[in-house]
Design a protein around this ligand. Sequence first.
Ligand code: PRT
Ligand code: ZN
Length: 225
Amino acid sequence: MSESTRLRIAIQKSGRLSKESQKLLKSCGVKFNVNEQRLIAHSDNMPIDLLRVRDDDIPGLVMDGVVDLGIIGENVLEEEQIERQSLGKPAECIKLRELDFGACRLSLAVPNEFSYQDASSLEGLRIATSYPNLLRRYMQEKGINYRDCMLKGSVEVAPRAGLSDGICDLVSTGATLEANGLYETEVIYRSMACIIQSTQSQPDDKQALINKILSRINGVVRAKE
Ligand code: PRT
Ligand code: ZN
């Protein structure tokens, strides 16, 4: 496979970050049309290809140098970074900047009837999460032993289903926790969307294009502040 001379940017195909990611690039002057069936959207006015993938794949694509830039939640980036470090895989990328969307927090939560004092209340208990690495890092810092319950989805129903005692999940408004009879006890990680770049050195023209996009993003984000 030959190296592309076009700038490759990975964005979420469909989900909470996809519309905002597209909007941001469009407001930077990148013209493109997305065909829902297609993985790649080519820009008509700049040498840029958008790769539309699952958000979980974005950090790895950037860290492996398959794409040049990626727009991703810091939560997913950090989780993947810890995972890759533990496996000895490339885990480096350059965080160009935080963006102004995708705000959420990764929090511990327990059933309403659970009498919670501090994180040590979870000693020896089972915690359901899709973020095992961020959870492990936090609990190790606190010196608390817990048991894993790894779920890719439906984390919030795990306690009611008898699968776990508590959860560690993303929260934005708190409505999901409330609807499931849970309450938030600790925020373990605060996250925003961010734009990341591969550490691979780029030809001058590609790096100049990255700099141009970044400077326009800075302008767009600042104008909204
Ligand atoms: O299909 P793909 O793998 O690409 O998408 P996904 O289902 O893994 O992710 P998606 O689209 O749900 O979220 C993408 C990113 O959006 C996350 O990684 C976060 O960086 C960010 N984000 C911001 C959120 C939320 N807010 C959020 N509230 N991601 C998920 N949630 C979920 C949370 O998991 C829980 O189920 O929303 C529910 C809680 O919301 P509240 O408002 O009820 O608290
Ligand atoms: Zn995902």
